[in-house]
Design a protein around this ligand. Structure first.
Ligand SMILES: [Zn+2]
Length: 371
C-alpha cells in the first residue's frame, strides 16, 4: 500500500470504503446524527511520491468545502488550505501531491481543526499572564475535564461579566479560533479588562470535539438545544450553573453555519429572540463593522433577525439555545450569538490568524457595548 489512512487522532472521523495504491473512497461517519452533516478528519501516511485522490461517497452529500481540505503537517497545531485546483466540491473529491519531502503523516480535515492541542498552545503562550486562570467547568459524560477559562485582574471588579462559548456543535471548529482571538484581546488590552471580566468554555461538547463527532442534530437533542429545566449534558448544566452563580450579564455563543453556499460564506449574527438583546446585537454589529483595525469583511447589516429565514421558532422545537435561555435572565445585558464560516468570507479566505483578528474586533465591540 502506498497510503495508509487512520482516524486514531483527536477529532478523527472517516470511514474508508475502499482504498488502493492511489485512490481512497471515503464516507463521513455520522454516528448519532439525525440526517446528514459534513464533518470529517483523518490522518494519511504516504510511502511513495505521487498524487493521491480522496473521494467522498455519495458525491451529493457534501464533505469537501469551498477551500478544499485543510492540511496539517504538525499533528494539527497549524493548518493550511489545499492548493487551488486540487479539489472539486461538487464532485466531492480532492487530490494531494506528496512530494516525498514534506513531513509525513499529514492530517486532512473539513476545515482548520481546533482541538485541545491548539488550546494548550494558546495557554502556553500566556502562561505567565497574571490575568489568565484555567480551571475545570465539570466532567464530561465520558469523564473528560471540560476546560473553563477566566480572565480578570486580581482585585478589580469590572462592571460587566462576559461568557464566551463555542462547540455546542462540536464540529464547528472555526468558531473557536475567533473565541481565542477574543481571549487574546482581553489578555492584552487593559482597557478591556477594566470594563469586562471574561469566562470562556471553548469546548461546550468536550467529548464530541475529542471524538470527532458531528454534534449538530445529535439525537435525541444536541448541546445547543439543551438549555432549560432538564439538561441532559453535564457541560450545558455546568454553563447554566456558572451563569447563575456569577450573574454573567453578557453571553456570546459562537457557531459555524452550513458547509458552504450564498448564505453560509459570510459572518453574521443570529438575531436574539428578545427585542432588548436584538437592540444590543445591532449595536455590537455596528461597532464591529466600524472597528478601524478590522481585517475580515463584515457589515453592520450581517444579522439574521429572529423570525426571519431559518431563525424562527420552528428551528428550536427541541429546546432552547444558550442565548435564548441566558437572554431571558433578569440580569442579562447583552446575550447573542454568531456564525463563523468554515473557510471563507466571500472571496476572503479565512486563516487561523484572520479568525483571531476578527475575535479581537468583536472583543472591542463588546467593550464598546459594556458602558
Ligand atoms: Zn452551531
Amino acid at each position: 500500500m502506498a497510503m495508509k489512512i487512520d482516524t486514531d487522532i483527536p477529532g478523527g472521523n472517516v470511514l474508508v470504503l475502499s482504498s488502493d495504491e492511489r485512490e481512497a473512497l471515503l464516507k463521513k461517519d455520522l454516528r448519532d446524527t439525525e440526517g446528514d452533516w459534513f464533518y470529517w478528519c483523518f490522518r494519511a501516511e504516504f510511502d511513495k511520491k505521487g498524487t493521491y485522490t480522496f473521494r467522498f461517497e455519495p458525491a451529493a452529500s457534501p464533505a469537501v468545502g469551498s477551500r478544499g481540505p485543510a492540511i496539517s503537517a504538525d499533528g494539527g497545531l497549524t493548518w493550511r488550505w489545499a492548493e487551488p485546483g486540487t479539489w472539486d466540491r461538487k464532485e466531492n473529491f480532492f487530490r494531494f501531491h506528496y512530494d516525498g519531502e514534506e513531513a509525513n503523516p499529514l492530517i486532512f480535515c473539513l476545515a482548520m481543526q481546533y482541538q485541545e492541542i491548539n488550546l494548550n498552545a494558546f495557554l502556553r503562550e500566556y502562561a505567565d499572564s497574571p490575568y489568565l486562570e484555567h480551571s475545570i467547568l465539570c466532567r464530561s459524560r465520558k469523564g473528560r475535564n471540560v476546560p473553563l477559562l477566566r480572565i480578570a485582574e486580581p482585585g478589580r471588579k469590572p462592571a460587566r461579566k462576559l461568557l464566551l462559548t463555542s462547540r455546542h456543535h462540536c464540529c464547528e471548529m472555526t468558531a473557536t479560533y475567533v473565541l481565542e482571538g477574543m481571549l487574546r484581546e482581553a489578555l492584552e488590552n487593559s482597557g478591556f479588562r477594566s470594563g469586562i471580566e471574561v469566562f470562556a468554555v471553548p469546548f461546550a461538547d468536550c467529548d464530541g470535539v475529542a471524538d470527532g463527532d458531528q454534534g449538530k442534530n445529535r439525537k435525541p437533542r444536541d448541546h445547543a438545544r439543551d438549555y432549560g429545566e432538564n439538561p441532559i449534558y453535564p457541560e450545558t448544566n455546568g454553563i447554566m450553573e456558572l451563569v447563575k452563580r456569577e450573574k454573567i450579564d453578557m453571553v456570546f455563543d459562537l457557531h459555524c453555519p452550513w458547509i458552504y453556499g450564498e448564505g453560509d460564506e459570510y459572518l453574521y449574527f443570529v438575531g436574539p429572540r428578545s427585542r432588548r438583546m436584538e437592540k444590543g446585537t445591532l449595536r455590537l454589529a455596528a461597532l464591529a463593522a466600524n472597528d478601524p483595525s478590522r481585517r475580515v469583511p463584515f457589515s453592520a447589516e450581517n444579522i439574521i433577525l429572529y423570525g426571519t429565514q431559518w431563525n424562527t421558532a420552528a428551528n428550536y422545537t427541541q429546546g432552547q439555545t444558550l442565548a435564548q435561555w441566558a437572554g431571558d435572565l433578569p440580569f442579562a445585558e447583552l446575550v447573542t450569538s454568531m456564525e463563523i464560516p468554515y473557510a471563507n468570507v466571500r472571496d476572503f479566505t479565512l486563516t487561523a490568524d484572520a479568525c483571531r483578528s476578527f475575535g479581537r474586533t468583536l472583543a472591542r465591540g463588546f467593550l464598546g457595548c459594556s458602558g
